[in-house]
Design a protein around this ligand. Structure first.
Ligand SMILES: O=C[C@H](O)COP(=O)(O)O
Length: 343
């Protein structure tokens, strides 16, 4: 892969950490997209899987976070989270409980023990199915926490295009700030790049001011090369974020996939000047895993990608483990996970 060289680093580390900016849109110029450039895709075809796997191992093995810094980085993981419920048994009440948790993700004991004072540590967004957007918008009023909706026939993306576009418009109409769309994986597997580009461009248009996150379903794209090409086409068509997975595939967010997607983001910025966000999602359920992802972002794209306008975790259970680890940090003991149940 000639156009996306590896950034050379001497070791992966997370040290002192300034406070995260709020999730709000507007600080960065938005990606307008560009014409589909098939020639550029051709240049991106060569992906060295074993080099990416080695790089992923190096990043996590050599990570060092001093104990004092660890709590700060876990708090950052909370600020970068799309706290998610995407269950077949979701209800308005369940979504309201999740929003209450998003308003107050940490117990008073933890807030006091960590010396947080009035500093509000909250997830960047709550992510729900379309029918619960209005409920979440109401429950989060005044908090600055965004509402993200999964639209376009999540998780498979296989309803008629006009139905998927209507779904986006309905979610925006109900007040969603962000729309997470899924692509039909068949368009990638069949190398139908023009069709994929046209669909994503129409999704972007339907989003209006809401930001567009494009879910690739990487575990179903067969090769890392396909992940690279789908990432590039999505950004060319105007994606604000590219996202790995729905959480419903048998393989979800992996570090090698994260590496290829962040390198696509770097290549796109080098060519166009626009910074695109990244959202690994699916199966990220431990505090340790969240730190691995933060190391990857810092090493591959730099500190700017540790802010919620450029990085999110899509996660339904990560917050529970972070709470447990913060409690352990303070008391030296672990409490049972059920004490931190979210909904
Ligand atoms: O987009 C977010 C994912 O659906 C969450 O997946 P998870 O339940 O494995 O954390």
């Amino acid at each position: 892969m000639t156009s996306t060289p590896t950034r050379q680093t001497t070791g992966a580390s997370l040290h002192a950490l300034p406070k995260a900016a709020p999730a709000g849109h507007g600080a960065l110029p938005r990606n307008p997209g560009m014409a589909l450039d098939i020639g550029w895709l051709e240049e991106m075809r060569h992906v060295n899987r074993s080099a990416l796997e080695r790089r992923a191992q190096t990043l996590t093995k050599r990570r060092s976070i001093k104990a004092d810094n660890q709590a700060a980085w876990l708090l950052r993981s909370i600020s970068l989270m799309d706290l998610t419920t995407l269950s077949s048994h979701d209800t308005d009440e369940r979504v309201r409980r999740l929003c209450a948790k998003a308003r107050n993700p940490l117990s008073a004991d933890l807030i006091a023990g960590l010396g947080l004072g009035d500093t509000a540590i909250r997830p960047a967004a709550v992510c729900v199915y379309h029918p619960f957007v209005a409920t979440a918008v109401k429950a989060l009023e005044g908090t600055g926490i965004h509402v993200a909706a999964v639209s376009t026939a999540f998780p498979h993306g296989l309803s008629p295009l006009e139905t998927r576009i209507a779904e986006i418009r309905a979610s925006v109409g109900d007040g969603a700030d962000e729309i997470d769309v899924v692509i039909p994986r068949g368009l990638v597997l069949g190398a139908k790049w023009q069709e994929l580009y046209d669909e994503v461009a129409q999704f972007r248009e339907a989003c209006g001011e809401a930001h567009l996150k494009v879910i690739l379903g990487t575990g179903e794209l067969s090769t890392l090369r396909n992940v690279m090409l789908a990432s590039m086409v999505s950004m060319m068509a105007g994606a604000d974020f590219i996202k790995t997975s729905t959480g419903k595939e048998s393989v979800n967010a992996t570090l090698p996939v994260g590496l290829i997607m962040t390198r696509a983001i770097r290549a796109y910025e080098e060519r166009t000047g626009f910074k695109i966000g990244f959202k690994p999602a699916g199966g990220i359920s431990t505090a340790k895993a969240s730190l691995d992802w933060l190391v990857l972002m810092k090493e591959e794209l730099g500190r700017r990608w540790l802010e919620p306008d450029l990085f999110r975790f899509g996660a339904s259970s990560l917050l529970t483990d972070i709470e447990r680890q913060l409690e352990h940090h303070l008391t030296g003991r672990y409490s049972a996970a059920h004490r931190h149940a979210m909904a």
